[in-house]
Design a protein around this ligand. Structure first.
Ligand SMILES: Cc1ncc(COP(=O)(O)O)c(C=O)c1O
Length: 430
C-alpha cells in the first residue's frame, strides 16, 4: 500500500514534468562542465586533489574518523586548528565547522533566534534556511526579494506592533544571501544595513549573510562578499560553504564565541551526529590554502573574465533583443550587470514554461553539461536553465555554448537560418 502511494506521487510529479532524476554519472563525467558549482575548477582540474594529497602528506599519521560526536572526543586538534584558521581568514571572532552548509543553516536557524524574536527573510533564501526556521522557535516573516521598501515596511510594522522589538528586548534577524543561488543577484546591502540601524536604533537587528555562492570568489584571498566590503562588524552571523568555489564539502558559521557555544549546546545535528572526518577537513584546509595562493588569485581573475566574456557576447548578439522580445529567453541580472564590479558565475537562462529541458537537452547533445531547473527547486513559472561558468571553461567552449543557445532560441522564435560559421543569420530588424 505504501509503495503504491509513493509511486502515485512520483508518477504525478513525472506527469507535471517535475520529477527529479539525478544526472547519471556516466553521462556527466565526459561532458564539459557548465553546470556544477565548482566555479574555480578546483575540483575538476585536479589542483585541489594535488593540494589535498600534500596536506595528507603533512599529517601521515592522521586518524581517519572523528570517532564521536564533537561534544565528546570528536573534536580533533586538526578541527580546532582549522576552525581558528577559518575565523582568522574571514575576520570573525570564531568559526564552527559542519559537514555541509545545509547542516550549518539548520543548526543556526533552529537554535539561535529565541522565542519572541522574529526572523525576516528574503523571499528567495535557500531551502536550508527554511528548514532551520521551521524547526526554530521564533516567528518568521518573508519580505519580497531584494526589496528595501518591503524590508522597511516589515521593520516598521514590527516596531509598531511589538513593544519588545521597539524596546530592544526582542531581536529581529534579517536573513540574506550574498548571491542568490538561482537568480545570481545580490542584496542592496548598504541600504539594508542603514534601514535596520534607523528603524531598530537599540541594536536589536541581527543581520546575517549566507555566503555560499561568494565564498572564494571575491574579497581578500576570496574571503567573501562581506569581507570585500569591509562589513564584518555589521554581520554578527555569517555562513560560508565549502562545496562550491572551494570544490569540496562543508559549511562554517562565523560568529561570536557566545553564539558558537550556544549552537554547540543546542543544535541537535551537532550534539547527536558524528563529527567531520579527517579527509573532509584536510580537503577544506587544502582548498583554503589554494584560495590564498597565486593559483587562487589567477583562477578568480580568469573566472571573472569568462563571465564577462559570456555575458557581453550573449547580450550584444544581434538576435538577443529579438529573443528577449519573444519571451524565449532572458537573464534577470542583465539590467544590473554593468554597474556591478563582481559578477556571480551563475547565469540563469529563464525560458518559457516547459522549455528549459529542451534547451538543456540541446546543450547536452553537444556534450555541454547544464542543469534545467523547475519546481520544486524554483517557484512555478520561474523555470530556467542554470548555467555556471568556470575558470577552466575556454573561450572556444563558451563560443560554442553561446552558439547553441542562440541557435535553439532562434528556432523558438521560428525564424532560423544558420550561418556557415555556426551563428544564426536571421533578420534581426526590430
Ligand atoms: C545559499 C545556500 N546556502 C546553503 C547551501 C547548502 O550548502 P551545502 O551544499 O554545503 O549543503 C546552499 C547550497 O546550494 C546554498 O545555495
Amino acid at each position: 500500500m505504501l509503495i503504491q502511494k509513493l509511486e502515485e506521487q512520483l508518477h504525478s510529479r513525472e506527469e507535471e514534468g517535475r520529477l527529479i532524476e539525478p544526472a547519471p554519472p556516466q553521462k556527466t563525467a565526459h561532458m564539459t562542465d557548465f553546470g556544477s558549482n565548482d566555479s574555480l575548477s578546483f575540483s575538476s582540474s585536479g589542483v585541489l586533489r594535488t593540494a589535498f594529497l600534500k596536506e595528507l602528506g603533512r599529517h601521515p599519521n592522521f586518524t581517519l574518523g572523528s570517532r564521536s560526536t564533537r561534544i565528546f572526543e570528536g573534536t580533533s586538534q586538526y578541527l580546532a586548528d582549522l576552525e581558528d584558521h577559518l575565523a582568522r581568514f574571514h575576520g570573525a571572532e570564531s568559526a564552527l565547522f559542519f559537514n555541509s552548509g545545509f547542516d550549518a543553516n539548520v543548526a543556526l536557524w533552529s537554535t539561535v533566534p529565541q522565542p519572541g524574536d522574529v526572523v525576516l527573510y528574503d523571499q528567495y533564501v535557500h531551502a536550508s534556511i527554511h528548514e532551520g526556521m521551521r524547526r526554530g522557535r521564533a516567528e518568521t516573516r518573508m519580505f519580497p526579494h531584494n526589496d528595501c521598501a518591503g524590508l522597511r515596511q516589515c521593520l516598521l510594522d514590527l516596531r509598531q506592533k511589538r513593544p519588545g522589538v521597539a524596546e530592544g528586548s526582542q531581536s529581529v534577524f534579517i536573513a540574506l544571501e550574498s548571491v542568490y543561488s538561482m537568480d545570481a543577484d545580490s542584496p542592496p546591502i548598504q541600504r539594508m544595513i542603514q534601514l535596520v540601524k534607523e528603524i531598530l536604533p537599540r541594536g536589536n537587528g541581527v543581520l546575517t549573510m549566507d555566503e555560499a555562492h561568494s565564498n572564494g570568489l571575491l574579497g581578500p584571498d576570496g574571503s567573501g562578499y562581506v569581507s570585500a566590503l569591509g562589513l564584518q562588524k555589521e554581520f554578527p552571523i555569517r555562513l560560508h560553504t565549502c562545496g562550491k568555489a572551494l570544490g569540496s564539502t562543508g559549511g562554517v558559521i562565523l560568529a561570536s564565541t557566545t553564539i558558537r557555544s550556544y549552537i554547540i549546546n543546542y543544535a541537535k545535528n551537532i550534539i547527536f551526529s558524528t563529527g567531520p572526518s579527517f579527509p573532509v577537513l584536510a580537503a577544506v584546509k587544502a582548498g583554503y590554502d589554494l584560495l590564498a595562493s597565486q593559483e587562487g588569485e589567477t583562477r578568480r581573475a580568469q573566472l571573472q573574465y569568462n563571465i564577462a566574456y559570456f555575458q557581453e557576447k550573449l547580450t550584444t548578439h544581434p538576435c538577443w533583443s529579438m529573443v528577449k522580445q519573444h519571451g524565449v529567453l532572458s537573464i534577470p541580472t542583465e539590467v544590473t550587470w554593468a554597474s556591478e564590479s563582481f559578477h556571480a558565475p551563475i547565469i540563469p537562462l529563464n525560458t518559457r514554461q516547459g522549455h528549459a529541458k529542451s534547451l538543456a537537452r540541446r546543450l547536452h547533445q553537444a556534450n555541454y553539461w547544464v542543469n534545467p531547473v523547475h519546481q520544486p527547486l524554483v517557484p512555478k513559472g520561474k523555470e530556467r536553465v542554470r548555467l555556471v561558468l568556470h575558470a577552466d571553461n575556454t573561450e572556444a567552449e563558451i563560443d560554442e555554448v553561446l552558439g547553441l543557445i542562440m541557435e535553439w532560441s532562434m528556432e523558438q522564435v521560428g525564424r532560423t537560418r544558420i550561418s556557415e560559421d555556426g551563428w544564426p543569420q536571421v533578420a534581426c530588424s526590430i
